[in-house]
Design a protein around this ligand. Structure first.
Ligand SMILES: NC(=O)c1ccc[n+]([C@@H]2O[C@H](COP(=O)([O-])OP(=O)(O)OC[C@H]3O[C@@H](n4cnc5c(N)ncnc54)[C@H](O)[C@@H]3O)[C@@H](O)[C@H]2O)c1
Length: 348
């Protein structure tokens, strides 16, 4: 008998992976799905043989009383989604990235967590890919490259689309270090298609200073250096780590290699979205129940994920002020809106 009962909120494209892993979980059961669109919720209900389907989230919470909610919705209503869950006694909400778009949303989520005790886990599931989860890459970064002095991190999606994944893994490799300062520039803000919800400049380039003199060149831009051979924008996510004694080149889907002083040849390893994506989502999800059972704190728990968005908002503050800023940021929603107007390039 499963211990934890789950509700899926949002039956769109992304939810497929959330649902596909359920048969492989030890003590979690999907008991209901919810979507405003009847066709979508019925599609999920029948495809995954889920007992119940709802159009209204609050009704679903009241009737199902789930332990876990998967909020697989677009950003924009995260505070409400969490407040409803907390009120209904939900233990954990797994929420898709980006956790928040504006500074006040981060503050609002922080308030919900503190006041209700609700656990929030942000779906940056790459942390549970084997070479990231077992510490292989972190070990190379921290112990094999000597003094790491420069990291180049790049993605082709915008800073609220791919930026959360890019910053999240970076922080994992750097032992959850938080940047001390940032200097950034950005251009082109439109809100068509994907960017209508992942609201951010289309192109953003930042230089972050992390503790210990680690400089990070952080690029979220359709023109960013991509991974050779990849076609989808979201498959371009990769890093170069340069250290005093070696170098690591790491991609999301085309493996990694590193070479240190004294090594005649680089050592290659696997990093593959195609092979590891679903297993990563499975282990990410199982880790939620394990955490509730008293196991290790989830790698994507709220405070870890909050640091990711805070760092991204710091970059926006730097763009707004046109100078290097010390972190933590003091960026406000009013400044965010002013910046949006300033960078706007779309139709109004
Ligand atoms: N972690 C990853 O690797 C990854 C990959 C792709 C997408 N994502 C993220 O997943 C999120 C969802 O993306 P998507 O493409 O599935 O979006 P989508 O628009 O296809 O699906 C969202 C669904 O939520 C439903 N919905 C919204 N508000 C609702 C409400 N109040 N009650 C009931 N249903 C509601 C909508 O009707 C829609 O069907 C985005 O934030 C995206 O960035 C993450």
């Amino acid at each position: 008998m499963p211990n934890y009962r789950s509700l899926l909120l949002g039956c769109g494209a992304r939810a497929v992976e959330h649902m596909d892993v359920y048969p492989q979980l030890r003590n979690m059961e999907m008991v209901a799905v919810c979507d405003l669109v009847e066709e979508r919720r019925e599609n999920y209900r029948t495809r995954y043989n889920v007992p119940l389907a709802f159009a209204d989230y609050e009704t679903a919470l009241a009737e199902v009383k789930p332990d876990i909610v998967h909020a697989v919705t677009l950003p924009g209503h995260r505070i409400w989604e969490m407040e409803c869950a907390a009120k209904a006694g939900v233990k954990v909400v797994i929420v898709e990235k980006p956790m928040a778009i504006t500074p006040s949303e981060v503050a609002g989520l922080d308030r919900v967590v503190r006041e209700s005790g609700l656990k929030i886990v942000v779906n940056c599931q790459r942390r549970y890919f084997p070479q990231f989860c077992d510490g292989t890459i972190s070990d190379i970064v921290r112990n094999k490259l000597g003094e790491v002095y420069l990291v180049r991190a790049s993605a082709k999606g915008n800073m609220m689309g791919m930026g959360p994944h890019l910053m999240d893994l970076l922080m994992l490799f750097l032992a959850e270090a938080q940047p001390e300062a940032v200097w950034a520039m950005a251009r082109d803000w439109n809100e068509t298609s994907y960017q209508s919800t992942h609201r951010a400049p289309q192109s953003m380039f930042a230089q972050y200073w992390f503790p210990g003199g680690v400089r990070v060149l952080f690029d979220c831009d359709p023109d960013a250096l991509g991974t050779p051979g990849e076609e989808s924008f979201w498959m371009h996510l990769h890093y170069d780590f340069l250290g005093s004694k070696g170098r690591l080149y790491l991609t999301q889907n085309k493996g990694y290699w590193y070479q240190c002083e004294g090594m005649a040849e680089p050592i290659h390893g696997e990093s593959s979205w195609d092979k590891q994506g679903l297993g990563g989502q499975r282990d990410f999800t199982q880790a939620v129940a394990d955490w509730l059972d008293g196991g290790a704190p989830h790698l994507n728990r709220f405070e870890v994920s909050k640091a990711v968005v805070d760092a991204l908002h710091g970059a926006l503050q730097s763009v707004y002020e046109g100078r290097r800023v010390a972190l933590p940021h003091t960026f406000t929603d009013e400044q965010w809106e002013e910046l949006r107007q300033r960078l706007w390039t779309g139709e109004k």
